[in-house]
Design a binder for this molecule. Sequence first.
Ligand code: SF4
Ligand code: FES
Length: 370
Amino acid sequence: MTHPSPPMSLLAELTYLCPLRCPYCSNPTQLTKRNEELSTDQWKDILTQAADLGILQVHFSGGEPTIRSDLVELVKIAAHLNLYTNLITSGLLLTPDLLEKLAENGLDHIQLSFQDTLPEAADLLSGMRAVQPRKLQAAEDIKKAGFPLTLNFVVHRGNIERIEDMLALGYALGARRVEIAHIQYHGWALINRPALLPSLEQVQKAEALIAHMHKFYKNRMVIDHVTPDYYTDIPKPCMGGWGQRFLNVTPRGNVLPCHAAESIPNITVPSIKHASLAEIWNHSSLFSLFRGTEWMKEPCQSCDRKTIDWGGCRCQALALTGDAAHTDPVCHLSPHHERILAITQKEGQQAHSPSAQSFTYRTASFNSQS
Ligand code: SF4
Ligand code: FES
C-alpha cells in the first residue's frame, strides 16, 4: 500500500486559554476545558511520533502557549528531536527569565502578534487594557534574548489604513519578517465578519502600498502578505492541500488537517489517544476525505488548477455553501461565487470603524474551566 508523503509541519495547540479576547480568533467557538488538555507526557509522545513521521517543523500555538508551565520542557524535547521550533505568542506572559530558558533549550524562532500600532486600537481588538506597552516590551526582550523575530498583524477594516505604520514598527523593533495577514473567516472571526471585513477600496489601496513597501524594505526586512480570500477570485491552496503538508493537534488531542476541520459535520475526528500520528496521517477517514483530487466534482475535476489550489478551502466551502465538498466559492468558476460578491457588497461597504459594541469577543470563561 502506498502512503501519502509525510507532513512538513505540526501545529501544536497546547491550550485554548488566552489572556486576550480577539474577535478574529480562529479558535473554535466551543473551547476545550483546561482539565481536558493533554498532559506533558502525551505531548512529548506526540513530538516523538511527529519526528518519526518525518515532520520538520513544530509551531507551538494556542490560545496562548506560554500559559502551559511545561512549554520549556516541550521545546527541549522538540529541539532534541531536531524539529525546527517556532513559538506563536501574544507576548503578554513572556518574561526575560522564560525567554532565557527557551533559548537555552533550543527554541528557534518567535512569532509575536500585534493587534495594531495605536494603543487604543490594540486594546479594542484584544479586549484587554494597556496591551500595547507589554507587547513592545516583549518584542524588545525577544530581541535581547537573541531570537529571530517575526511580527504578525491581522488586518481588518479598522486597521488596514495603518499597514505602513505596522511595517515601520516591525523594522524599528528589529523584526526580520512582518506578516500582514488578512483575516481567515473561521471560528470567532466568522461571527464577527460584518464588523471586520474591509471594503474593496481599502484592499486595493493596501495592495498597492504593499507592492511599494516590498521595494522599500528590500534586503532589510521580509514582508509576507496574505491576500484576503473574499477579494480574490482564485482560491489559495488551503494548508497546502488537505492532508498533504500539515497536521494540527488540538489541546484535547484531536488530530486535524486544518484548525477549522471540526466545524465539518458527520466526520469521525481521530484522536491521538486512540491511534498513532502515523496511523491517522496515513489511514484515517478524515485525512483521506479531501486529499488529492478524486473527491472533487465539477468545475474542479476538469480544471487545470486542481493540483495547484486543490479546490481551495474546505471549511470556507462549508461555511459559505453548506457543503465542504463544494468548490471554494472564492473561485470565479464556483456556482456559489455570487455569495462572496453579496457578502463583500453588504458587509464590506460599512464605512464606520468597529467599536466594542460591534464585536462578539472570544469568551474568556471557556464555558467552564478547572
Ligand atoms: Fe481551483 Fe476548482 Fe476553481 Fe479550478 S475550479 S480554480 S481547481 S477551485
Ligand atoms: Fe479547513 Fe481551509 S481552514 S480547509
